[in-house]
Design a protein around this ligand. Structure first.
Ligand code: NAD
Length: 431
């Protein structure tokens, strides 16, 4: 089987790769990001053609991937001295795990591959990378660039269906799985990895709340919230998926969001001026249309969108909904499409309770002019990342990952990099 051959190649390449210094490996990662920049135009166009997102956002995805790669290889993983006295010296070292299997989804295939890929490579592991069957093309193209930079066997890109992913999670020759995708599949990955006690990082779905307090300038905040909700037509793990507006600014906030929705240009991602592309595939389109229909049936009010366009493609307008129950599908499920509820609250305690009443816990945000109050409220969101006056900001130096059923472990930063390594204590008796 191709997977066995790839794992063999990765295992054979591992000893020489791990023996290189961090600086050596960093230099090759930097060559990769250089190549990504050189090929940015072609890669971005291919990404838009297969994924649907507007070209400018594809360009930005390649940019961000390259910048984060450069950032990560600037992070030092040092030996940590735990104790050093007359009797003993104890230190904590980190060594690479071996072969890392990376499985990615279809919403941001380049960026979501590069994060784990660079983490694994820089820390001395070799890699098998499998893109989503919905978006294999740009990843395969990146694979060609990887082959120009890294020694044979160090990175192996295999396109395939869900069964290939499952085979990777069960494979005895793979030491860790870094999985990005849905909660349901993440649970299968964890269960399958248990048989060989593989290390696992899971970056799963989210149902991010944005809590807008009463002191904001509704218009200014609406612009930012709209983009953080509808970018990539809502197909972002950490998109805002429920907007909680204080009753004092609720009407203004709704009006300002509706204005943004009216202005947004939906269409072919290759057309200049397009701001929102289609839903990426039929499975997801049917799911989102199902949620729109259920929301209608429940008697909710549609402030924008709501109609299902006829015509080719999986295009849906940005859709804003009010007067909807907290136990509705739209509020409870991860919609992962261009429809967002705006929920009213009068007491921030109530907003926090409702926002936390979910099995998801990826990220969330609080919007206010009072930064210290914002930080207090944000810290009470049960999430991996709580932002104040921003949403969706990530960096190579800041850990990212989900609380509760939104994930396991963290990517990026020294914390993330160390999850691609085995900690090993070396304990020396001095007498
Ligand atoms: P998915 O879970 O359906 O598929 C993801 C990947 O897993 C694909 O490559 C697929 O082929 C593979 N796969 C399917 N079954 C498998 C199995 N049994 N074992 C191993 N691999 C298997 O997810 P999707 O629909 O492609 O992606 C959308 C989801 O990803 C959303 O829930 C979104 O929130 C989430 N996501 C999370 C993050 C994050 O960083 N937390 C980022 C982006 C997307």
């Amino acid at each position: 089987r191709e997977l066995d051959r790839a794992v063999d190649a990765a295992r054979r390449a591992f000893p020489a790769w791990r023996a290189r210094s961090f600086a050596d490996r960093a230099a090759l990662v930097k060559q990769l990001s250089q190549k990504l920049r050189e090929h940015q135009k072609d890669l971005a166009e291919l990404l838009t053609r297969e994924q649907g997102k507007p070209l400018a956002q594809s360009v930005a995805e390649i940019d961000r991937g390259a910048a984060q790669s450069d950032g990560m290889v600037g992070i030092e993983i040092a030996v940590e001295v735990i104790a050093d006295d007359n009797d003993k010296h104890i230190e904590l070292r980190y060594r690479p795990l071996g072969v890392v299997g990376i499985i990615t989804p279809w919403n941001a295939p380049v960026n979501l591959a590069l994060g784990p890929l660079v983490s694994a490579l820089y820390t001395g592991n070799t890699v098998i990378l499998k893109p989503s069957p919905y978006t294999p093309l740009t990843t395969l193209k990146v694979g060609e660039l990887l082959n120009e930079v890294f020694p044979a066997g160090v990175v192996n890109v295999l396109a395939g269906g869900d069964d290939l992913g499952a085979a990777m999670t069960a494979h005895r020759g793979i030491d860790k799985i870094s999985f990005t995708g849905s909660v349901a599949t993440g649970k299968k990955v964890l269960a399958s990895a248990a048989a060989t006690l593989k290390r696992v990082t899971l970056e799963l779905g989210g149902n991010d709340p944005a809590i807008v307090l009463e002191d904001v300038d509704a218009k200014a905040v609406a612009k930012k919230i709209f983009f953080a909700s509808f970018v990539n037509s809502g197909q972002v793990c950490m998109a805002i998926k429920g907007i909680y507006g204080h009753e004092g600014i609720y009407e203004d906030l709704c009006d300002a969001l509706v204005e943004e929705a009216r202005k947004a240009k939906v269409g072919n991602g290759l057309d200049p001026g397009t701001e929102l592309g289609p839903v990426q595939n039929k499975m997801q389109y049917d799911k989102v249309v199902g949620i729109i229909k259920d929301t209608k049936k429940a008697g909710a009010k549609f402030l924008a969108g709501g109609e299902i366009p006829t015509g080719p493609g999986y295009f849906l307008p940005p859709t804003l909904v009010t007067d909807i129950a907290d136990d509705s599908r739209l509020v409870q499920e991860e919609q992962f499409g261009p429809i967002v509820p705006i929920l009213k609250f009068s007491d921030v305690e109530d907003a926090l309770r409702r926002a936390n009443d979910t099995r998801y816990g990826l990220s969330g945000s609080v919007w206010t002019k009072d930064l210290s109050r914002g930080a207090e409220v944000a810290a009470r969101l049960e999430v991996g990342t709580a932002w104040v006056n921003q949403h969706r900001t990530t960096s190579a130096f800041v850990p990212f990952g989900g609380a509760k059923e939104s994930g396991l472990g963290r990517q990026y930063s020294a914390l993330g990099l160390k999850s691609y390594m085995e900690p090993e204590v070396v304990s020396i008796a001095k007498r």
